[in-house]
Each structure stands twice: as C-alpha cells, then as structure tokens.
Write a protein that binds this ligand. Structure first.
Ligand code: COA
Length: 162
C-alpha cells in the first residue's frame, strides 16, 4: 500500500471533521472529562486551523490512491517554564492523530509521524516533539511508544466535588 502525505486542503474538511469526531469519542470512552465527538468535531477543526496559523502549524493528510485515510496536526508550542531547558520550552507539538479504521495498523501513523519530523526540520531551533495522550487510550500509547516517544510526565486528576 503506497501512502502519500500532503498538506490539508479545503476539500479534506469533511474527512478531518469525521476523524475529529471519532478521535474524540475514542477519548471519551476512556475519560469522563471528554465531550461527545459530535459536539466538537467541526468547531475543533476551526480552532485547530486558527492555532496552526498562529503557531507555524499544519495538518498533514495521508492518502492512498488519492483517498484520505489519516491525518496528523502539529504546531510549535512555547512554554514559559523557568525550570526546564530552552529546547523543552519551545518544541514541536502533535495535537491530533487519526487513522481511518480500515487503514489502522498498516503504517499510516508511522508515515505521518515521519512527515511531521520532516516538517519540523525547517525550524532549526526545534529539537523535540511532544504530544499528549490519555493513559487509557492504550493502542495510541502503544503506537507512540513504538514510534520512539517516551513518557515524560503523568497528569493526575482527583474529583473533590460531584
Ligand atoms: C493511534 C492511531 C493514530 C495509530 O495509527 P495507525 O495508522 O494504526 O498506526 P501505524 O499502523 O502506523 O502503527 C505504527 C506502529 O505502532 C504499532 N501499533 C499500532 N497499534 C498498536 C497496538 N494496539 N499495540 C501495539 N503496537 C501498535 C504498529 O504495529 C506499528 O509498529 P511497527 O511499525 O513496528 O509495525 C490509530 O490507532 C487511531 O486513529 N486511533 C484512534 C484515534 C486516537 O486515539 N488518536 C490518538 C489520540 S492522542
């Protein structure tokens, strides 16, 4: 299967919205804090496009025989931590990754992940790529680990009022 990665174009909009909805519902299955996909699919894409425009970001779309099969969103993020290194404070950030169901476990994310690394090569100061994933999303965690990402931080939550 030949996978070609090219930047998002307007005609990808319905595909990426569908992906946002499915991705969100995957996360909702493992976290009580996630809203339903249908509620956020469209507005999230607009939000993402705006953030990308402000932060050297892009959405890259994987295609097989011209058909969109997956996407990845990335941008540059800046933290202002005074306790971590410059390279950890300004970094490449993967905001979203999604592969359409029939194409999972066929190397689509792997290809998108490499395309993101190539994309960040144009910014010499970017030496690190970070991403967030819900700990309960075990297949995503496994995929990221498989692609060289290592857990750096755990975010814990405790409900103190119902
Ligand atoms: C996570 C996701 C993007 C992975 O996409 P994918 O195209 O299926 O991933 P790939 O086929 O490129 O897999 C890359 C590697 O991870 C491995 N992998 C994939 N799923 C795995 C699993 N459940 N357990 C262990 N390894 C896994 C693959 O075997 C592959 O390794 P290899 O290159 O050594 O063969 C996809 O499963 C998805 O869209 N999930 C739902 C949305 C989501 O959760 N997104 C992430 C939100 S943070």
């Amino acid at each position: 299967m030949e996978i070609i990665v090219t930047p998002y174009v307007d005609s990808d909009r319905p595909f990426v919205i569908e992906g946002n909805i499915d991705l969100q519902d995957t996360e909702r299955d493992v976290s009580e804090f996630c809203l339903p996909g249908i509620q956020i699919g469209e507005i999230y894409l607009d939000h993402l496009l705006k953030l990308n425009a402000q932060n050297f970001g892009t959405i890259l779309v994987a295609r097989v025989e011209g058909r969109a099969v997956g996407f990845i969103g990335c941008r540059i993020e800046n933290d202002e931590s005074i306790t971590t290194t410059d390279e950890a404070n300004r970094y490449g950030y993967i905001s979203d990754a999604w592969t359409d169901h029939p194409y999972r476990n066929r190397g689509v994310f792997k290809k998108l992940s490499k395309a993101v690394e190539d994309y960040f090569m144009q910014f010499p100061e970017i030496k690190i790529i970070k991403l967030n994933v819900l700990i309960g999303n075990e297949s995503a965690v496994a995929t990221y680990r498989n692609n060289g990402y290592k857990t750096q931080e755990l975010v814990l939550a405790k409900r103190i009022r119902s």
